[in-house]
Ligand binder design. Structure first.
Ligand SMILES: [Zn+2]
Length: 157
């Protein structure tokens, strides 16, 4: 089963024996970080939950796509249309998170940043200090219902 390292965000394949007392316990094969995070079932990791949410909610016609950007490892989940490669998204993600960080230093109550680029709206939101989500929509912002469900999800993980 695939689990994401809490520190670097990279994928690790776990054996069943690495799940102990409701926790995923493993040393990351990429950065060596010792992970021991709460996990009730294979799909309850933070990124797993977000991925599932995206799979279920990106069918709204107003949404072009979304991706999750990890500040250290770049693109970790990609639900964008194929035109943009991971390397393009990584550049976009870096640009957006840099802009967000800069704005946030000045105005700490900012919790999302939206850019209007050629008929598209690009919205970035930080999920935690390392992970950002980027939604790309057609002209109008993310539907309120989806936005609300997403912030409810984030507040529980
Ligand atoms: Zn790691």
């Amino acid at each position: 089963m695939i689990n994401f390292c809490e520190d670097c965000g990279k994928k690790n394949t776990l054996e069943p024996k690495e799940f102990r007392e409701g926790k995923a316990v493993f040393k990351c094969m990429h950065c060596g970080y010792f992970n021991a995070y709460k996990m009730d079932s294979p799909k309850t990791g933070k990124l797993g939950k977000i991925n599932l949410f995206l799979k279920n909610n990106l069918t709204d016609p107003i949404i072009i796509g979304a991706f999750i950007f990890h500040l250290k490892t770049r693109v970790v989940i990609n639900h964008m249309p194929g035109i943009l490669k991971d390397s393009d998204l990584a550049i976009l993600g870096k640009l957006l998170t840099d802009s967000y960080t800069l704005c946030h230093m000045q105005y700490t109550d900012i919790d999302e940043l939206t850019l209007h680029i050629s008929e598209k709206l690009v919205t970035i939101q930080m999920i935690d200090h390392n992970i950002a989500i980027v939604f790309v929509t057609k002209k109008s912002p993310l539907p309120k219902k989806i936005k609300k469900q997403f912030s409810d999800l984030i507040s529980t993980i």
